[in-house]
Design a binder for this molecule. Structure first.
Ligand code: BLG
Length: 485
């Protein structure tokens, strides 16, 4: 009995001491990366400055990676702090620094070399590396065709790794790497014929095609690859686990799809000919009307580039066009709309822009309060084209299908039904060419994105104030014929 009690006492002491020890241990233990981020209230992310990742426009920071990582920071309830690296080697160096950023979000793909420099998240975007050449020049169709060509790629890029690998097989292959350029520069150099070929990822080409009408895909170099975020190699798993859970959720709840749609989804809208034409019109037509877009944008409190995008979709910035249905002018006002907006001459570009801007903001203000931005803007655009009544019908159909009537992604699925009897006979306003507003909105979003990028403050700084800068389109060059499809 005695021995038993003594044992119990000893055990209790031991347990107490161990407990204390563990408790003390916990007190001095380093907080996990995730705890540190939350305590600091800041998520520090390194990226690169490019249209496919992160850039500044007049409304502030934007870009595919930026928006995705901002969602993540918001979920964590912390502030987002973005740092940019000049090249990929620097990006991985920064990530490795003890006091550096904890996450890299820069369209990265894994490679054996990179796996030693960082740990990678679940994938969020599939891309294909593509060999790019200039239209009209000899087109290589396989790796052998790269030999003897002047090739430039980004320093430290996965494309440079691919070329290093190919060089083992084709010793004659020559290429250069540069850390003084970005993807846009590489494409411009191909476009202008300064280099024969470059390698970029499919998403980057998709975003930039519009500025570089002469660049073409020669062939896909290898399989599709996954883009992933990266955390510093020395960190524990806490942040990586949180990142993975976030990316999985973004995949499931449609956040990722929305971003892909916004940045890469409507690239096919323009195609080669459209891209070329848009670049031309940006130089030759927009400057004549830019001041009107800007001044009525100010009056109506709307982004002038959105008005300009509507104007391009409606008339390709031509003030005298008339549609088959008698809708007229740069902003394509119906007679009724023109009258209601006080427009006496629809063919006067200033009046047309004034009336269009006023009408757009009027119908936007009249939309249901439950429709939030950015969807609110897309709904207002659809209403500009098809009328508020038909848009309401499409929202009603969405509700009946248990879709969200406040989300453009859902309502745009319903709009084409307004052209089918089985559906439109159930609606209040009946038949409408419901496919038209879907294309209308998709095109305008694409033009708006492009205008946003070409009128970025940092690019504007390179040219005279008020002028648009279109990389790859030389103002002094005579207009060439649009290339064949
Ligand atoms: C729009 C009107 C809406 C009108 C709808 O038609 O015109 N928008 C403007 O005038 C700015 O006001 O809505 S309603 O008043 O509630 O009925 C529906 O009637 C113009 C559209 C029509 C479209 N373009 C602006 O997007 C057009 O011209 N379609 C015909 C093309 S074609 O003739 O087949 O080539």
């Amino acid at each position: 009995m005695f021995a038993h009690t003594a044992l119990r006492q000893r055990c209790a002491k031991w347990l107490f001491a161990t407990g204390l020890f563990l408790l003390l241990g916990a007190c001095v233990e380093k907080p996990s990366t995730l705890e540190r981020v939350k305590e600091d209230g800041v998520l520090r992310v390194v990226t690169r400055n490019s249209p496919a990742t992160y850039f500044q426009d007049r409304n502030g920071e934007t870009g595919f990676e930026y928006e995705l990582v901002k969602h993540f920071a918001d979920d964590l309830g912390v502030k987002l702090e973005i740092e940019t690296a000049d090249n990929l080697d620097e990006l991985f160096d920064d990530l490795g620094k003890p006091s550096g950023p904890v996450l890299a979000a820069a369209g990265l793909v894994t490679s054996e070399r990179r796996k030693a420099q960082a740990r990678f998240s679940h994938p969020y975007l599939e891309v294909t590396p593509q060999v790019i050449y200039r239209n009209g020049r000899p087109r290589p169709t396989d790796a052998q065709g790269l030999v003897g060509k002047k090739i430039l790629v980004l320093k430290g890029s996965s494309h440079a790794d691919q070329l290093a690998e190919l060089k083992k097989q084709y010793p004659g292959l020559q290429y250069e790497e540069s850390d003084a350029v970005e993807v846009v520069d590489l494409l411009r150099m191909v476009d202008e014929g300064q280099i024969d070929l470059t390698l970029v990822d499919s998403n980057e080409l998709a975003m930039n095609q519009v500025y570089f009408p002469n660049v073409r895909v020669a062939f896909d170099l290898g399989d599709t690859r996954d883009q992933r975020w990266a955390v510093a190699p020395g960190e524990d798993n806490s942040l990586l686990n949180e990142v993975n859970a976030f990316l999985d959720k973004a995949q499931k709840n449609g956040t990722l799809q929305r971003l892909k749609d916004r940045y890469y989804g409507h690239v096919d809208v323009l195609g080669y000919v459209g891209a070329y034409t848009f670049a031309q019109h940006l130089q030759q037509r927009l400057p004549k009307y830019e001041k009107h877009f800007k001044s009525y944008a100010k009056v109506e409190q709307v982004d002038w580039r959105l008005l300009a995008a509507i104007g391009y979709q409606e008339s390709m910035w031509q003030p005298e066009v008339t549609s088959k249905t008698g809708v007229r002018g740069l902003m394509m006002l119906t007679q009724r709309t023109a009258q209601a907006m006080g427009v006496s001459n629809r063919l006067d570009p200033r009046q047309s822009i004034q009336g269009g801007a006023k009408y757009f903001m009027k119908i936007k203000a009249e939309l249901d309060d439950s429709i939030q931005e950015p969807d609110r803007t897309w709904f207002a655009l659809a209403a500009y084209n098809v009328g508020t009544g038909h848009l309401e019908d499409a929202r009603t159909l969405a509700k009946r299908e248990k879709l969200n009537p406040n989300k453009w992604l859902d309502v745009k699925k319903m709009l084409p039904r307004l052209a089918q009897k089985q559906w439109y006979r159930q609606t209040k306003y009946g038949y409408a060419r419901g496919g038209e507003p879907v294309h209308f909105v998709a095109n305008i979003r694409r033009y708006y994105d492009i205008l946003t990028w070409v009128t970025q403050p940092q690019l504007e700084g390179q040219v005279a104030e008020g002028n648009l800068h279109v990389p790859g389109v030389n103002k002094d060059k005579p207009a060439e014929q649009a290339p064949p499809m």
